[in-house]
Design a protein. Structure first.
Length: 84
C-alpha cells in the first residue's frame, strides 16, 4: 500500500478542477474495504448536479462483478432519467 500512496504523492500538486456538473450515480458496496462510507458519502459535496448515492449491502469494491444485474438496472435507470 505504501508504494501505491507514494505514486500519488509523487505526482505533485494539481490544479483544482472544481465541482462535477453532470448527473452522477454513485454505487457503493457497503463491504468495500478500500472506500469507506465517510469518503463515499462525502462525494456529494463535489457534485453540483442531480446526485444519487446507492449503498449495496454485502457488496465489496467491485459491485459490477459481484452483482452485475443490480448495477445494470441502476445504470439503465440513471441513463433513462438523464438522456444525453
Amino acid at each position: 500500500m505504501e508504494a501505491a500512496l507514494a505514486w500519488y504523492r509523487a505526482r505533485g500538486e494539481r490544479a483544482p478542477i472544481g465541482p462535477t456538473r453532470v448527473p452522477t450515480l454513485f454505487i457503493w458496496g457497503e463491504a468495500d474495504d478500500t472506500v469507506g462510507r465517510i469518503a463515499a458519502k462525502g462525494t456529494a459535496e463535489f457534485i453540483q448536479a442531480d446526485y444519487r448515492f446507492v449503498p449495496l449491502p454485502c457488496v465489496g469494491h467491485y459491485a459490477a462483478d459481484q452483482v452485475p444485474a443490480q448495477v445494470n438496472k441502476l445504470l439503465l435507470d440513471h441513463l433513462t432519467r438523464h438522456p444525453v
